[in-house]
Design a protein around this ligand. Structure first.
Ligand SMILES: [Zn+2]
Length: 202
């Protein structure tokens, strides 16, 4: 993706493909990050008489860091101070006739911001360990010096929700064997781990 694509995702409503392949409208990533600064701020809570709105320090830190960096870059580039918002500055960058090294630099850091905000807002859930189950490929249940569980199940979609079972996968951390698609249901049955238990524990 290009610098303009990164800026578009950061500052404007954009299209995002969901795990089922559908395109849907997603708010600007920076808007979502600003919302995350005050989780639970529904508009009615946190009035003068209400309890203080909790602040998410990680979201504040990211916004401060991005804003400081972008304004510093702009000052170095132009010798001017940028008085506006981070979003307006990024959109300004998209229209500027940037020197190639600045363009490459901004392309790289804006992608890092996209990745950092995405990882912060939608952390990937860890794979589910199939504790006590034996890998049919290598015959091990635990492996390595730290006795890690061999079999793990990937059952989350990109939003951290339980994916459809057809999209699940199982892999062995010891021998590397992998199962996907219909094999997953079959293997879970063979391991005496009904799908419904997985869904309920989720
Ligand atoms: Zn194995």
């Amino acid at each position: 993706m290009s610098l303009n694509d990164h800026i578009h995702q950061l500052t404007r409503e954009h299209l995002k493909s969901s795990p089922d392949g559908q395109l849907r409208h997603a708010p600007a990533l920076l808007a979502e990050l600003r919302n995350a600064v005050t989780p639970g701020n529904s508009g009615s809570a946190g009035g003068a008489s209400g309890p203080p709105i909790p602040i998410n320090p990680e979201a504040v830190d990211m916004l401060t860091r991005f804003t400081t960096d972008a304004k510093k870059d702009y000052a170095e580039m132009t010798g001017q101070y940028w008085p506006g918002t981070l979003e307006a500055l990024l959109q300004h960058f998209a229209w500027m006739d940037l020197a190639p090294d600045w363009h490459a630099y901004l392309e790289r850091i804006t992608l890092e911001w996209v990745d950092q905000i995405t990882a912060f807002l939608w952390p990937t859930k860890p794979r589910r360990k199939l504790t006590g189950k034996t890998c049919p490929a290598c015959g091990l249940t635990l492996h390595g010096a730290d006795r890690a569980v061999c079999l793990s199940l990937g059952c989350w979609d990109d939003d951290g929700n339980l994916a459809k079972i057809g999209a699940w996968d199982i892999e062995c951390g010891s021998c590397g064997a992998q199962w996907a698609g219909d094999q997953v249901s079959w293997l879970l049955r063979a391991l005496d781990t009904p799908n419904v238990d997985i869904a309920r524990a989720g």
